[in-house]
Design a protein around this ligand. Structure first.
Ligand code: R5P
Length: 313
């Protein structure tokens, strides 16, 4: 079993190699003068179970590299290629709007055609995205990591709130993992308009302390809008827990102005410069990935995507 790890995930790669006994692979990705990509693998892969670990930031560049590497591995006779993409870009593009790209489905089809058998990721955006993907996607719940953080930071009495309906299930998982009393999760109705994100009123009751839980913090628009509503409702302690912190642009920094005390996220994306502030707490996703490698992939019989693109055995 061989691991092809891209830069930015060195610590994660080292931990996975140790935990799942994966041998590090030697390979290079270079670009010709015109920008076209070229992959060279120096580690023999014939008959091997190969794992690719890569971030999706920036998404197009990274994904193209992963797809080309996967294709090269299969061409060279790899038995199986598993892509570990802690953050799976384009999973939000899962709505079939007339005249618009359905990128999640397209990406799944291209991943399959490139020889990827399984994708392992954290907290896939939606069940709809999983169904659209042409190959199995193992989506790891961050709930155990966040539950530990709730206990460690004394947040178990806060209300766990969903910034939109899509996040309700995440909140329920977190409450279960943290052994908090079950019951309806307070949530906002969210609408995207030409003017931006609009939050309606809060369904459910909250006290003075709230933990907002979502899968992605991108520009921060969703959470900023939810925080404004919470402030209007006299909530004065707000904590944010998001699996994937993209921190795109500068707007999300308004969360601090709105009284957010801390942002917990996983290390599914490379570190952001602002995390020096100490108010951003990055939780390692390695324990989740380790467990998944053991249970789902390594224990599975060698049947998935067997064969090679070149037709060699
Ligand atoms: C949307 O459905 C997602 O779950 C997130 O709420 C959203 O993508 C976050 O994006 P932003 O931070 O740009 O509002």
């Amino acid at each position: 079993m061989i691991l092809f790890a891209f830069e930015a995930y060195e610590a994660m790669a080292a931990a996975l190699q140790k935990a799942a006994h994966l041998a590090p692979a030697r390979f290079s990705m270079a670009r010709f003068d015109n920008g076209e990509l070229n992959v060279k693998i120096q580690t023999p892969v014939r008959g091997e179970d190969c794992f690719i670990l890569c971030s999706c930031a920036p998404p197009d560049d990274r994904l193209f590299s992963v797809l080309l590497l996967a294709h090269t591995l299969k061409k060279e006779g790899a038995h199986r290629v598993t892509a570990i993409l802690p953050y799976l870009a384009y999973a939000r593009h899962d709505k079939n709007n007339p005249g618009e790209s359905l990128t999640t489905a397209w990406l799944g089809a291209v991943a399959k055609a490139s020889g990827i058998g399984i994708v392992i990721t954290a907290d896939l955006h939606s069940e709809r995205a999983r169904k659209l993907f042409a190959i199995p996607v193992a989506s790891l719940s961050p709930a155990p990591l966040f539950a530990e953080a709730l206990a460690q930071f004394g947040l178990k009495h806060a209300a766990i709130v969903a910034p939109d309906q899509g996040a309700i299930a995440r909140c329920e998982d977190l409450k279960k993992a943290a052994a908090m009393p079950q019951g309806a999760v307070p949530y906002f109705e969210k609408r995207r308009t030409a003017a931006g994100i609009l939050h309606g009123s809060l369904f459910g009751n909250v006290g003075r302390e709230v933990v907002l839980v979502d899968d992605i913090l991108d520009t921060g628009g969703t959470l900023i809008s939810a925080c404004k509503r919470l402030r209007e409702a006299r909530v004065d302690e707000i904590t944010v827990m998001v699996t994937h912190a993209l921190f795109t642009g500068e707007r999300w920094k308004n969360l601090w102005r709105l009284g957010v005390k801390r942002i917990f996220c996983t290390d599914s994306l490379p570190r952001h410069a602002d995390s020096k502030e100490g108010r951003i707490v990055r939780l390692s996703a390695v324990p989740l990935l380790e467990q998944e490698l053991h249970t789902l992939v390594l224990a599975a019989p060698k049947t998935e995507s067997a064969g090679s693109l070149s037709g060699r055995p």
